[in-house]
Design a binder for this molecule. Structure first.
Ligand code: ADP
Ligand code: MG
Length: 253
């Protein structure tokens, strides 16, 4: 087990609309470890996306604290937070937010270019490496609308990694993909994690969840159960599937 990279203490998140409070995360305590592939599962509406947005500093919290590398991000000012999101965190969503009038290559270099420390040469080189690794280099001069959904998502993953994030956050990244493209994207995640990338994946796709070495199940904004697994190895897939299936069945999934 690696060191703690995200330390969540007594986290509360309540949305208020029309004066009605909707508590979505309730007094949650959780530690996420560096190098882990952590998966969050749970029924629709259980607070998975909200949790990911709070941890990724994209959503204010109502109470509690979130220590990232020892610093409480819930106390940080907006400019420190945007720095964090740019340099330390990578994000991938179900809806692929590529800029429609930029090529895949331009989309990938964009977050690299806004960080002044990076040189243009380094960013271009890394972008090409990532595009090649994710098998979208041949189409990298095309606009998003000129490539498949799977290729768009792989370019979006390349973009999320351009600044070498400490944590990769992904919310249902296979939600809009067919089975074949989902497997390709999850193979990429497995490969990245094998190389040391810390990943936090929210999904209700059980095949995607199999990739994790730790699966956390939440219901009504609280942790109900968790399952520890060996790092993903396709050689033991059947055993792994059985372990995850029986655990999920015990939770009424
Ligand atoms: P999940 O990802 O597990 O499906 P969410 O975190 O998206 O769940 O949503 C949990 C609850 O929070 C739901 O009841 C949802 O309606 C509510 N919610 C999510 N985002 C907002 C928001 N921006 N404003 C108000 N309520 C929200
Ligand atoms: Mg969600």
């Amino acid at each position: 087990m690696g060191r703690v990279i995200l330390d969540i203490k007594n986290l509360d998140k309540t949305y208020v609309s029309d004066g009605i409070e909707n508590p979505v995360i309730r007094k949650m305590n959780l530690q996420i470890y560096a190098g882990d592939f952590t998966v969050v599962m749970g029924p629709s509406g259980s607070g998975k996306s909200t949790l990911l947005y709070c941890l990724g500093a994209m959503e204010d919290v109502t109470g509690g604290s979130i220590l990232f590398q020892g610093k409480d991000i819930t106390k940080m000012k907006e400019n420190a937070l945007s720095d964090l999101r740019l340099k330390k965190f990578g994000f991938i969503f179900q809806q692929i937010h590529l800029v429609s009038n930029l090529s895949l290559f331009e989309n990938v270099i964009l977050p690299g270019m806004v960080w002044p420390k990076n040189t243009k040469e380094d960013v271009n080189k890394r972008a090409l490496e990532l595009l090649e690794r994710f098998r979208v280099k041949d189409v990298s001069e095309r606009l998003p609308s000129q490539v498949s959904g799977g290729e768009q998502q792989r370019a979006a993953i390349a973009r999320s990694l351009i600044n070498r994030p400490d944590v990769l956050f992904a919310d249902e990244p296979t939600g809009a993909l067919n089975q074949n493209n989902s497997e390709i994207v999850m193979d990429l995640f497995s490969e990245l994690n094998r190389d040391g990338q810390s990943i936090l994946l929210v999904t209700h796709d059980r095949r995607a969840a199999l990739r994790g070495n730790r699966i956390i199940y939440i219901i009504d904004g609280a942790i109900r159960s968790e399952l520890e697994l060996e790092p993903y190895d396709p050689a033991n897939l059947q055993e792994r599937e059985e372990a995850v299936n029986s655990w999920l069945a015990s939770l009424g999934w």
